[in-house]
Design a protein around this ligand. Structure first.
Ligand SMILES: Nc1ncnc2c1ncn2[C@@H]1O[C@H](COP(=O)(O)OP(=O)(O)OP(=O)(O)O)[C@@H](O)[C@H]1O
Ligand SMILES: [Mg+2]
Length: 249
C-alpha cells in the first residue's frame, strides 16, 4: 500500500471580506509527499501566503479541505483551535515575518520549540545550537532578535521550525532577505532534511537561483494554479498546466 501524502489540499478556496470580497484562493489542489521539496511561486498578491496558512491549519478554507497524513483535518468552519497539537507536533511553519520572541536570544528562541515538547533545557539548547550552526549562525547564537539582521532573524525562524523534526514543513519566503549564497544554504538545508528525514517541505520563493534543489514547483496567479514544473536531474523544466496536470516524480 502506498503511503498517503504528508499534505493534501483539495479545491481550496479562500475569500476575505475587505470592502468587497477578495478571492485570495480560487480552487487550488496539490499534494506533498514525504521527502519532497516543493516550491510555490507566483507574483505578489497571487495567494501564496494564504495557501500556506490554509495548509498549515492557521486559517480554514472557504471551500475545499486539507488532509494531513491522509486524515481530513480542515474544512470550512473547522475548529482550528482544536488542532493545536497537530500543528505543534506535525507542522513546522516559517512565517513571512520571523516573529521571534524579543527577550529570548537566538538559541533560546529555537530551544523553546523543543522545551514546549518536554525536551530538557540542556539537550534543547544543544540541538538548537547545532541547527543555528547549520544555518551559518553560530556566531549569533547568543544575540537577541533586535541585534540580528532581517536575514539572520529569518534563519533563526527556520531553525525554530525545524527544531522538533516535523514531518511537514511550510516556509513563506524564508530566503527573501538573504543574499544568494545564504539563500541557497537555507534551501540546501531543506533539501537535506527532505532527503535524510523524509520531511515534506513546501517553500514559497521568488528566487530562481536555487530552483535546481527543488523536486518541482507550482505557480499561482490570481489565486489559481497556473503552472507546474518538474525537476529532472537538477534541471527544472517549465511546463504549462494545459500540457498535463501537476506532475509528480
Ligand atoms: N486577512 C486578509 N484580509 C483581506 N484580504 C487579504 C487578507 N490576507 C490576504 N488578503 C488578500 O488576498 C490576496 C492574496 O494575498 P496573499 O498574502 O496570499 O498573497 P501572496 O502571494 O502571499 O503575496 P506576497 O508575495 O506579496 O506575499 C491579496 O489580494 C491580499 O490583499
Ligand atoms: Mg505572501
Amino acid at each position: 500500500m502506498t503511503r498517503p501524502p504528508v499534505l493534501g489540499v483539495d479545491g481550496a478556496v479562500k475569500h476575505y471580506d475587505g470592502g468587497g470580497v477578495v478571492r485570495a484562493l480560487d480552487g487550488v489542489s496539490f499534494e506533498l509527499h514525504a521527502g519532497e521539496l516543493l516550491g510555490i511561486m507566483g507574483p505578489s498578491g497571487s495567494g501564496k501566503s494564504t495557501l500556506l496558512l490554509i495548509a498549515g491549519l492557521l486559517e480554514p478554507p472557504t471551500a475545499g479541505e486539507v488532509r494531513i497524513g491522509g486524515q481530513r483535518v480542515s474544512w470550512p468552519g473547522a475548529d482550528l483551535d482544536g488542532l493545536r497539537e497537530v500543528r505543534r507536533r506535525r507542522i513546522g511553519f516559517v512565517f513571512q515575518k520571523p516573529n521571534l520572541i524579543p527577550f529570548l536570544n537566538a538559541t533560546e528562541n529555537v530551544a523553546l520549540a523543543l522545551e514546549i515538547d518536554d525536551v530538557p533545557p540542556g539537550p534543547a539548547r544543544r540541538h538548537a545550537g547545532g541547527l543555528l550552526r547549520a544555518l551559518g549562525l553560530a556566531h549569533r547564537a547568543s544575540s537577541l532578535p533586535a541585534r540580528l539582521s532581517g536575514g539572520e532573524q529569518q534563519r533563526v525562524a527556520v531553525a525554530r521550525a525545524l527544531a522538533n523534526d516535523p514531518p511537514l514543513i511550510l516556509a513563506d519566503e524564508p530566503t527573501a532577505a538573504l543574499d544568494s549564497v545564504r539563500g541557497r544554504q537555507v534551501i540546501a538545508l531543506f533539501r537535506r532534511i527532505a532527503d535524510e528525514r523524509g520531511a515534506g517541505i513546501a517553500v514559497v520563493t521568488h528566487d530562481p537561483r536555487a530552483l535546481d534543489l527543488f523536486d518541482r514547483t507550482i505557480e499561482l496567479s490570481d489565486g489559481k494554479l497556473v503552472g507546474a514544473s518538474t525537476g529532472i536531474g537538477g534541471l527544472v523544466l517549465q511546463r504549462g498546466l494545459s500540457e498535463g496536470d501537476v506532475e509528480r516524480r
